[in-house]
Design a protein around this ligand. Structure first.
Ligand SMILES: [Zn+2]
Length: 129
């Protein structure tokens, strides 16, 4: 862990800081009064690449009119991604895992077909006039 996020203002902090340089809050790294985020706990799934079926786990940060701000990693709390609201879904680990497994299978299958096709290409002989 190279840093944490201030719960109050979402500033990225080195873990040796005693107060948040941005909002002045005293930093508590652990215990009941802990006021940092040190682990991404996704509560939504985002689809940010048109034409792709990649879903990414993210934390919903702020709602706008058409878009919303989300973070897919801790450092993005300070600089969130902007994603259209209609591309944000309720978090579902089962659906995410299933899609991910199928995507991996598809990649492996495509690679296998590419190799099979290539092996036939290797048997081609130059045309002799
Ligand atoms: Zn702060």
């Amino acid at each position: 862990m190279d840093g944490v996020v201030c719960t109050n203002c979402h500033t990225w902090l080195a873990i040796d800081l005693e107060t948040c340089p941005s909002c002045g809050t005293g930093i508590v790294l652990d215990g009941e009064t802990k006021n940092v985020i040190d682990r991404l706990q996704p509560n939504c799934l985002i689809h940010r690449y048109a034409g792709s079926d990649l879903l990414e786990p993210a934390v919903f940060i702020k709602e706008g009119k058409v878009n919303a701000k989300v973070a897919t990693k801790l450092k993005e709390y300070a600089k969130p991604l902007t994603v259209p609201k209609n591309e944000i879904y309720t978090f579902s680990q089962d659906t995410l895992s299933s899609i991910q497994a199928l995507r991996n299978e598809r990649t492996a299958t495509i690679m296998r077909y590419d190799q099979l096709i290539e092996s036939h290409w290797k048997s081609l002989k130059p045309y002799k006039i």
